[in-house]
Design a protein around this ligand. Structure first.
Ligand SMILES: Nc1ncnc2c1ncn2[C@@H]1O[C@H](COP(=O)(O)OP(=O)(O)O)[C@@H](O)[C@H]1O
Ligand SMILES: [Mg+2]
Length: 368
């Protein structure tokens, strides 16, 4: 009898779509078990992304799907937990100790809000229950020290590795901590490559013994040396592209997309920033930079628009003063938008291939 119930429930669960992975809620081995005893039926799910803000929503989805099943007088119990694992990156690129997954935030053009998006998405992932770090890879114009409200110099360990700075509970590394704020930064080709690698691999991300679930890399704009280094030397699980709705920004976003495609870095989707303007006085919403631009690009390349963030005075004020919207106004409509985008990225990542690189021994070829 209970076997029958378990089969019926399992079959029914396979029809539920997880809104954050856009796959079956049972995909990627998420369904751990279904148990039945005289008094209750228990469904155990384990999700590969941080679930704190959505555990209720997921639980209701499961309950709704199971309402018509004959579980008789038994109670239904839905138990959902999270386990964030490491996913595959480009073949042959060494993993970074202490970091499970790397997400790059890119754009074709500068000033589209990449750094603001990076800061808010990172904070949203953290608020959702993940361990998060930020690497500010914009060596020409680092923004994260200011946006995350952190100043000072990182401490160096005996082995010369740097200890990341902490802002709003996140580990942060930025060239901005290492050079004076008003010093112009002039970088030549090979130095650019080294700067990114140095910051990534010269930082002891897990010096406190805590592993990072997601390292978010805030890239400089464009498709230059940093992006090339990223694709060749940094084990990225995927990238998101930030764009504004104007044609010109979108043209550049298309270039950024094509570059990542060429170097085999998967794109999780596009974020349209400064999507519409909401008037501070009357609340009227206006599409000053045009409408549906990101959606059109997404359609052309079969990508997803992960979400839209309005052009809003408080986004700028809060980010530029060191307490981004997600921490300053966690209940706001805007914070919820960042939250939803963050979970879609983490959700998409969670159904990607697992990283097996650490399961295989290193093969060393030596000349004797
Ligand atoms: N949605 C938004 N609404 C209002 N201001 C924004 C928004 N997104 C970013 N900004 C502001 O625009 C400026 C540029 O953003 P930034 O994140 O530094 O862009 P990028 O990193 O792409 O160069 C910053 O002053 C930031 O606070
Ligand atoms: Mg920036």
């Amino acid at each position: 009898m209970s076997e029958k119930i378990i089969t019926a429930i399992t079959n029914q669960l396979h029809t539920v779509i997880d809104p954050y992975t856009m796959t079956k809620i049972t995909a990627a081995k998420s369904l751990k078990k279904v148990t039945v005893d005289d008094s209750k039926v228990s469904v155990y799910l384990s999700k590969g992304y941080p679930i704190a803000p959505v555990v209720q929503e997921l639980s209701e989805l499961v309950r709704d799907a199971l309402t018509d099943l004959p579980i008789e007088n038994r109670a239904l119990e839905v138990i959902i937990d999270q386990e964030i694992i490491s996913h595959s990156a480009q073949q042959g690129v060494k993993a970074v100790p202490g970091i499970k997954n790397i997400i790059a935030v890119a754009s074709g053009k500068g000033g589209v809000g990449k750094s603001t998006v990076s800061a808010n998405l990172s904070l949203a992932l953290s608020a959702a229950g993940a361990k998060v770090a930020i690497l500010d890879a914009d060596i020409y114009g680092p923004s994260q020290p200011r946006m995350m409200g952190v100043s000072g110099k990182p401490e160096a360990l005996d082995n010369k590795m740097l200890v990341p700075m902490i802002g709003h509970g996140l580990k942060i590394m930025s060239i901005g901590f290492l050079v004076e704020e008003d010093t112009p930064m002039i970088w030549r080709g090979p130095m650019v490559t080294q700067a990114l690698e140095q910051m990534l691999r010269g930082t002891s991300w897990n010096h406190d013994g805590e592993e990072i679930d997601y390292l978010v890399i805030d890239l400089p704009p464009g498709t230059g040396d940093i992006q090339l280094t990223l694709s060749q030397k940094v084990p990225v699980s995927g990238a998101v592209i930030v764009t504004t709705p104007q044609d010109i920004a979108l043209l550049d976003a298309r270039k950024a997309y094509k570059m990542f495609e060429k170097v085999d870095v998967p794109i999780f989707g596009i974020i349209e920033n400064m999507s519409t303007h909401v008037c501070t006085n009357c609340g009227h919403e206006e599409a000053i930079f045009g409408e549906h631009g990101a959606q059109k690009m997404a359609d052309d390349y079969s990508l997803d628009v992960l979400g839209e963030i309005p052009l809003e005075m408080s986004i700028r004020e809060l980010a530029d003063s060191g307490t981004p919207t997600v921490v300053a106004l966690p209940e706001s409509e805007t914070a919820k938008r960042y939250q939803s985008i963050a979970l879609k990225i983490a959700g998409k990542l969670s159904v990607k291939k697992k990283d097996f690189s650490s399961a295989f021994p290193n093969i060393v070829v030596e000349n004797t």
